[in-house]
Design a protein around this ligand. Sequence first.
Ligand SMILES: Cc1cc2nc3c(=O)[nH]c(=O)nc-3n(C[C@H](O)[C@H](O)[C@H](O)COP(=O)(O)OP(=O)(O)OC[C@H]3O[C@@H](n4cnc5c(N)ncnc54)[C@H](O)[C@@H]3O)c2cc1C
Length: 302
Amino acid sequence: MGAIWSEKPAPPAVHQPRSLQEAWELKTILGEGAVYVSGGTLLRTQWEAGTAPLPQQMIDLRNIAGMGEIGLAEDYLTIGSLVSLSQCRGNLDLREIAPAVQEAVRNIAAPAVRNLATLGGNISSGYGDILPALLVYDAEVASFDGKFLSVQPVEAWLKRRWSGEKPAAELLAGIRFPSAGHEHGEQSKLEIFRKVGRRDAFTASLVTIAVAASLDAASRSLSGVRIAAGGGTGRPQRLPAAEALLEGAVYSDSLMAAVYEAVESSFDTYSDPFSTEAYKRKTAGNLIVSELWKGLNAGGGE
Ligand SMILES: Cc1cc2nc3c(=O)[nH]c(=O)nc-3n(C[C@H](O)[C@H](O)[C@H](O)COP(=O)(O)OP(=O)(O)OC[C@H]3O[C@@H](n4cnc5c(N)ncnc54)[C@H](O)[C@@H]3O)c2cc1C
């Protein structure tokens, strides 16, 4: 009888496909009991916390060729799904083209975790801290559905991910950013990512915000405004009401008050054991307005 209780569950079988097609076929055949694994850092926290069962079958994606590279071509900066967060953190092209994404990466975990953790794993979770930053650039996701590799805006991919329309076997192959047009000419650029957690550092996020806009310092106005928020296991989302208020408008205190109201009333988030939905909405509003204030007032007060 004692032997029954001390018996350990059988370790999962590990499959190591060499192509996206092979990985997709394995997942399709093995079904729900099989899980894609990249760095395994998020999955491990879920298995240890008991929020996801240890799978019977693991499909280790790390041997798939071509998904661990970063490439800059004329039109796009492309980052493969298996590129580690450490590689993202050190990449100079990403720093140039999407600094808010690099700032998001810098705020995730500690170096040992970032060496294993991948960009693809962060995005595939549907709530990774990088997602709000991707939303404020025109980043696109390349995904494989068993037949085709298709490219779509991060926002559209997220919508499918959160509505449950994304097929379980779909694989994330990588992301890309337009590489042209990030030169700003006369205008400077506001590109911001901020994270609030329960501690100052090495902490899971409660609220994250990202902003990207062109700044006309002379008129103290913004154009091409993109604002996004997320955090925890909540849905990362653009905040179009706040964006519309800011587009082309000249800085004023009343504008900032209206932006705060728009964020607080439109950010769709959730309560958890550590903070309420109301706290998260207020925090997002405060973070966005204080960062805009700093950006618009840099080099001279009102
Ligand atoms: C101590 C610690 C601190 C952390 N702090 C943070 C934090 O502050 N912010 C944050 O966002 N995360 C944090 N994480 C979670 C995690 O490290 C990151 O989100 C990481 O980027 C996940 O990547 P991964 O390769 O390890 O994903 P994995 O754990 O391998 O996979 C994550 C999910 O994505 C799926 N998946 C992976 N790759 C693919 C693919 N190519 N196609 C389709 N599905 C795929 C998996 O099936 C799984 O559901 C932390 C983890 C630890 C251990």
